[in-house]
Design a protein around this ligand. Structure first.
Ligand code: GDD
Ligand code: GTP
Length: 425
């Protein structure tokens, strides 16, 4: 038996996803026509062995109710449940807190997926490596540019055996360009004891230190025991567990050559949308709109959206439910959300148009294209850092013929004049 756990985080997370996460929890934001975590479920559904998926997070109980209801119908092969942490327990703390639920049915291993990554989730390849090596843990890794690598967990591996030799979370200086994709496969009999001993270490440590060092100047060491108890439950896979697992000799990395992106800033939804649409197009998904003179694939148009046949869409465009696209409009590398309206001859490029927003006739809402290899959604323009993707929050209005360039616009704003390189609050 195998299970899958998806770490969905909570309302204090996803702040970089504002303004879009003001209206919908980030894991439920639509890219390529589906919530971000739907893409995780879809990948999990390809692994025959999996009968249960557990979402762990600290959002309110009802946040995922409808999503779970719909997904249970779509993926009848597994049971889906949401387990809520009473507070943020960290990526390992949540797993440990809900260990009974995870261990129910005696799975010998389980996947853990960060909800905020976009990739092809090669889970079966990870399973294969896991079995071949009789592993305790397999991590998904990808190579990125040296200068971007230190923003992620870095893996030093033996290229021949694929064994993980060292793991350092967001190191200060370069150690490797093979990074943690946020997808793991753990042996149940290895990971829980490992978290348990990490908790034990953390609890015992303050008592063991009997002299003042730079470390225990941190006031948390002196906190009262009750408060300390809570603190000790916060455990992170990346800092507290993975570095130790590397010492066990049974920790391996599967390096993917496929696409991989993190979904952190709101702007990063645009490349994620593009990558998932390309994947759906390649696998000849029926959801992708057939190419034509005015449809440059891949394009997703929700069945309830109204698109004028003279509008030109694509590549990499998602049009949400009940959105309206007028005659002669041009939309490219963009997400148009539910009930938004793009009036005739308007142009939307490298942008996200929020729910119920309106873009006037002959208006332009645009960002700046960035190289595919870029893991960053800010660019330097005239010496200042600006957003490469233009984002309109919910219910914004852009006047006729107005031009909006490299801006983030908070909900309910009316833009009547041209704006560039600004956050409009
Ligand atoms: N349930 C729960 N509880 N989930 C959490 C918590 C928590 O307390 N804290 C974070 N998460 C979830 C987030 O929602 C996200 O899906 C995942 O765990 C990791 O989030 P972060 O802790 O913010 O880490 P990160 O995204 O900066 O870095 C991680 O992911 C990178 C790949 O995207 C690390 O694993 C890096 O090593 C890795 O490269
Ligand atoms: P052609 O296929 O040669 O017509 O070009 P394109 O529309 O495919 O150009 P591309 O995909 O590179 O980018 C979209 C282009 O649309 C922009 O660069 C603009 O030149 C053009 N465009 C600008 N404003 C508008 C507008 O208001 N309406 C329309 N329909 N197009 C615009």
């Amino acid at each position: 038996v195998t299970k899958a756990v998806i770490l969905v985080g909570g309302p204090s997370r996803g702040t970089r996803f504002r303004p879009l996460s003001l209206d919908v929890p980030k894991p439920l934001f639509d890219v390529a026509g589906h919530p971000i975590i739907w893409h995780c479920l879809k990948a999990v559904s390809k692994v025959p062995d999996i009968k249960e998926v557990i979402l762990i997070g600290y959002y309110e109980e009802n946040v995922f109710r409808d999503f779970i209801k719909d997904s249970s119908r779509e993926f009848p092969q597994f049971k889906i449940q949401y387990l809520r942490e009473y507070q943020a327990l960290g990526t390992a703390g949540g797993l440990y807190h809900f260990r009974d639920a995870i261990l129910k049915g005696r799975p010998d291993r389980f996947f853990v997926l960060n909800s905020d990554v976009c990739c092809s989730f090669p889970l079966e390849a990870m399973l294969k490596l896991f079995e071949e090596k009789d592993a305790e843990a397999v991590i998904l890794g990808t190579r990125i540019s040296n200068d971007a690598a230190t923003n992620f967990g870095c893996i030093v591996s033996d290229s021949h055996t694929k064994r993980v030799l060292h793991y350092v979370e967001k190191p200060e200086s370069h150690i490797s360009n093979l990074i943690n994709c946020g997808v793991y496969l753990f042996a149940t009999d290895a990971i829980f004891p490992s978290i348990k001993s990490a908790i034990k270490r953390k609890t015992e440590r303050p008592r063991m230190i009997s002299y003042p060092s730079s470390e225990n100047l941190d006031s948390s060491f002196m906190a009262d025991p009750e408060e300390d108890g809570e603190r000790n439950e916060v455990m992170r896979l990346e800092q507290d567990i993975l570095p130790d697992l590397a010492d066990s000799n049974r920790f391996f990395v599967h390096e993917t050559k496929d696409f991989w992106r993190q979904i952190k800033t709101a702007g990063s939804a645009v490349p994620a949308n593009a990558l998932y649409l390309q994947k759906a197009f390649q696998s000849q998904s029926e959801e992708i709109t057939p190419p034509s003179a005015n449809i440059i694939p891949p394009v997703f148009i929700h069945p309830t959206a109204q698109v004028d046949p003279t509008a030109k869409l694509g590549p990499n465009v998602s049009i949400g439910p009940k959105a309206i696209i007028g005659a002669g409009a041009r939309v490219k590398d963009a997400i148009v959300l539910d009930e938004a309206e793009i009036k005739h001859d308007a142009c939307v490029l490298y942008a996200i148009i929020g729910w119920n927003s309106r873009v006037g006739a002959w208006a332009r809402v645009e960002g700046t294209p960035t190289p595919v290899s870029n893991h960053n959604t800010t660019i330097i323009k005239n010496g200042v850092k600006v957003q490469s993707i233009t984002i309109l929050g919910k219910e914004c209005g852009v006047g006729d013929e107005v031009r909006v360039q490299n801006c983030i616009c908070l909900p309910y704003k009316e833009l009547k004049r041209d704006v560039a390189n600004e956050v409009i609050m």
